[in-house]
Design a binder for this molecule. Structure first.
Ligand code: AMP
Length: 212
């Protein structure tokens, strides 16, 4: 099964993608995590992406499309995958179709902007494996330390309040049109993001049709 998780930054789509990936044994592919890794390693893609990411802007389509094209062609993606954070523009969605990649379902996690801004301050991400946490809703077992590896759970530079506002604006302008794109293709299901992660998980699993 090939899935896309759509949602504003901080909607919890990455967390839900991790649950579904574990449950269904399909690989999660997060362009945000791949780009952060590229920045950390100082690769050419990372060097060109960093300034956009720090400002909260989208990285140019051709950079992310190139990354995704290579990634979905790898062996572990043959059984199925979950795209988390891609596509983010109509051009990216069209490029997936041109690559011949079949998408079974697009799950939109919907959360109102006011709630997103309030949530983002508590978000943490592992600087080594990319696992996501929240100080209130999904805390690490040991303060500041990732549960799954020996990395540190840190706040992202682009989670600063003013950058979050600009990322939300970009989401509404560039990414929200994908709802129509996929709904016209009969592929969109929307899940209302809940206060408790476990409740959103139940609704997400229901939408996909896998048992909780
Ligand atoms: P995320 O972790 O998904 O919030 O992504 C972090 C940042 O990486 C975004 O704010 C963008 O700058 C960049 N990024 C991730 N995915 C994409 C994409 N599909 N298209 C353009 N930029 C992206």
């Amino acid at each position: 099964m090939n899935l896309i998780f759509l949602g504003a930054p901080g909607s919890g789509k990455g967390t839900q993608a991790e649950f579904v990936s574990e449950k269904m044994g399909i690989v999660p592919i997060s362009t945000g995590n791949m780009l952060r890794e590229a920045v950390k390693n100082g690769t050419p893609a990372g060097l060109s992406a960093k300034e956009y990411m720090d400002r909260g802007d989208l990285v140019p389509d051709e950079v992310v499309i190139g990354i995704i094209k290579d990634r979905v062609a790898q062996d572990d993606a043959k059984k199925g995958f979950i795209l988390d954070g891609f596509p983010r523009t109509v051009q990216q969605a069209e490029s997936l179709e041109k690559m011949g990649v079949n998408i079974d379902l697009v799950v939109e996690i919907h959360v109102a902007d006011e709630k997103i801004s309030a949530r983002m301050g508590g978000r943490r991400v592992c600087d080594s494996c990319g696992a996501s946490y929240h100080v209130e809703y999904k805390p690490t077992k040991v303060d500041g330390k990732c549960d799954s590896c020996d990395g540190n759970a840190v706040q992202r530079v682009d989670d600063a309040p003013e950058t979050v506002l600009s990322r939300l604006k970009t989401y509404h302008e560039k990414t929200a049109p994908l709802r129509d794109f996929y709904s016209q293709r009969g592929k969109l299901k929307t899940v209302e993001g809940q206060e408790e992660i476990a409740d959103t998980k139940r609704l997400t699993f229901e939408a996909i049709g896998c048992n909780n």
